[in-house]
Design a protein around this ligand. Sequence first.
Ligand SMILES: NC(=O)c1ccc[n+]([C@@H]2O[C@H](COP(=O)([O-])OP(=O)(O)OC[C@H]3O[C@@H](n4cnc5c(N)ncnc54)[C@H](OP(=O)(O)O)[C@@H]3O)[C@@H](O)[C@H]2O)c1
Length: 278
Amino acid sequence: MDPAPKLTLNNGVLMDQAGYGTYKVPAQDAAPLVNAALSLGYRHIDTAALYGNEEGVGQAVRNFTEAGHVVREDLFVTSKVWNTDHGYDAALRAFETSMQKLGFDYLDLYLIHWPCPDRGLFVETYKALEKLYSEGRIRAIGVSNFNREHLEELLDAASVVPAVNQVELHPWLPQRDLRSFHEANGIRTVAWSPLGRGALLEDPVVREIAGSVGRSPAQVLLRWHVQAGHTVIPKASSEERMAENLDIFSFVLEPAHVAALDGMDSGRRTGSNPSEVN
Ligand SMILES: NC(=O)c1ccc[n+]([C@@H]2O[C@H](COP(=O)([O-])OP(=O)(O)OC[C@H]3O[C@@H](n4cnc5c(N)ncnc54)[C@H](OP(=O)(O)O)[C@@H]3O)[C@@H](O)[C@H]2O)c1
């Protein structure tokens, strides 16, 4: 299996283009599943305070490095500050809680999970992330679920351009406008629910392409993402699926297949519209 390429963030930090997502991974399963992911070759793990599994994620990462399989610097772990912890002081406290649970000396990437525009606190929250970044506690900072208008407001006030915006993105919701804005501003796009929470695996266009290229529907979707330059963080509960989802770097989708997947844009979301989450 070809390893995931490392993409360079706007501050020079490297991030694997494929990671393992842990939303809905129960706390008690997090350590064994993350250990399985690392053993299969994943080097990028996505968690969040909301997911309630930071202890298990941290334990697996620490065990894997302490066993000498890799050095900590080879791994990339993301966590996120939850909506109820917006505000400067609250975000600083939330970070310490996450770090205690993870058991790390530093975090690779810390994101504001949702902008919560009605709260009006995302700029202040981001200032806390900038402070932690300037102190070397976090290697990169960014946001999640920011629409263009939220990013514009943030960029007006920020000293550090977010390294990443992690957003819902898949062929039903390709986020073309937002991706162009990211490109123009040096912000990497990370796709959450890259498989549409599994629903896209049944789509006839995806299944037909999968049949014709001899790959699984999940691999076709994830390959579409990485060819467009997105980072993907699919979640899976079995080693077989985890391995399948990482084995996407040794084949290429031809332009006609990419065009067919591009043509699936329907605006359909599997999650909430960020403007409506508070
Ligand atoms: N920032 C945010 O607000 C946000 C929101 C949502 C998600 N995320 C992140 O993005 C990650 C991925 O998103 P997601 O978990 O919502 O959805 P997803 O990765 O698009 O889809 C996960 C679903 O697809 C199934 N699946 C995975 N690989 C498969 C394969 N090879 N064959 C068949 N089925 C497969 C999984 O089933 P099993 O689990 O049963 O194997 C699961 O039901 C999350 O885990 C989280 O880290 C972030």
